[in-house]
Design a protein. Structure first.
Length: 329
């Protein structure tokens, strides 16, 4: 039985990865420190015979007993509300954490896949964004702690590939959505749905003309799984190129909820990207992958998930692990 370590296992994407690899008959070792993850996501697998969980901060030394075939590094705050509150930990998990996991992969002779992001492109001057574009990033802006952590992560991963001949993969993830997202993590989709379910007006930052491209989580996980099995060692965009303005997206959520909510506008945050759309030609070519789930279908599945939350979860304003931020300043 193949063994895989998945960091950030209690998070949105990490928990879906655990589920996929368990379904593929892997022995899965999940790792998380719960700073942004939820124990509820781990509860889904805690009684599975092929699942083991280790509570640990990957920025500290990592020891895993036994063989490892694969490592998937998905530990990191991933939304502005998180990485603006814990900027140093965000930088540490992208640098020290990645270094620790690359060293572990080297010692275990394991293939490692690291989760990068479309944020490495910054506020892009090229549209759509392909893997050869170097980006337009402000390294000292408020978003720089996340953007530069991921850019460093890519650089050290490629250094280990070139210098140590380590089998590495880099996935550049574009906006993804689906069940198990945190309702109040600050990203646009759960923010809109949460406001709708609380009978609040929907808040748009800026004039709503900025664009995003939303990929349903099952499509993303399929792309990641194919990349891990491939022999390609350089960054690959995984996302949905179906672009939409934020204003139109807000109207889609209002229509889905059957409500009559209004849209209110606030100032656009500093360095917030105005355009975001992946060029996925490389993924089509080397992985034979492209998204299959239409946004109208994915939104319905996600909306139904959020409708199933308790009133306490629905109305929780602060981060679920807000107190634990004090440990990472």
């Amino acid at each position: 039985m193949k063994r895989v370590l998945i960091t950030g296992a209690a998070g949105f994407l990490g928990s879906h990865l655990c589920e996929r690899f368990l379904n593929e008959n892997f022995f899965v070792i999940g790792m998380d420190n719960f700073i942004t993850g939820s124990s509820k996501n781990i509860d889904l697998f805690k009684n599975h015979n092929n699942f083991e969980f280790i509570e640990h901060d990957v920025s500290k030394y990592i020891q895993i007993n036994g063989d490892l075939d694969y490592i998937l590094h998905f530990a990191s705050p991933a939304s502005p509300i998180d990485y603006l509150k814990i900027p140093i930990q965000t930088l540490k998990v992208g640098s020290l954490g990645t270094h620790n996991l690359l060293g572990l992969a080297k010692s275990k002779k394991a293939t490692i896949l690291v989760a990068s992001t479309s944020e490495v492109y910054g506020d892009p001057l090229v549209h759509p964004q392909n893997e050869s574009y170097f980006g337009n990033v402000n390294p000292i802006g408020p978003r720089g702690v996340y953007d530069e952590a991921k850019r460093f992560q890519e650089a050290i991963t490629m250094a280990y590939h070139r210098f140590h001949n380590l089998d590495t993969k880099i996935v550049r993830i574009f906006n993804t959505y689906g069940p198990r997202m945190r309702l109040n993590d600050g990203r646009v989709l759960p923010a809109f749905i949460g406001q709708s379910l609380r009978n609040e007006d929907l808040t748009i930052f800026g004039d709503g003309s900025q664009t995003r491209s939303f990929c349903y989580v099952d499509d993303l996980i399929e792309g990641i799984y194919r990349l891990l099995q491939s022999d390609y060692n350089y960054p690959v965009n995984i996302g949905n190129p179906n672009e939409i303005t934020i204003k139109d997206f807000a109207n889609e959520i209002i229509k889905l909820s059957g409500s009559s909510h209004k849209v209110i506008f606030k100032d656009l945050p500093e360095n917030d990207p105005l355009k975001r759309k992946p060029d996925i030609d490389l993924a089509k070519k080397i992985l034979d992958w492209e998204p299959k789930i239409q946004r109208i279908e994915g939104l319905k599945l996600t909306y139904d998930y959020f409708c199933s939350l308790s009133d306490e979860e629905l109305n929780k304003k602060d981060h679920q692990n807000f107190e634990s931020y004090n440990n990472y300043k």
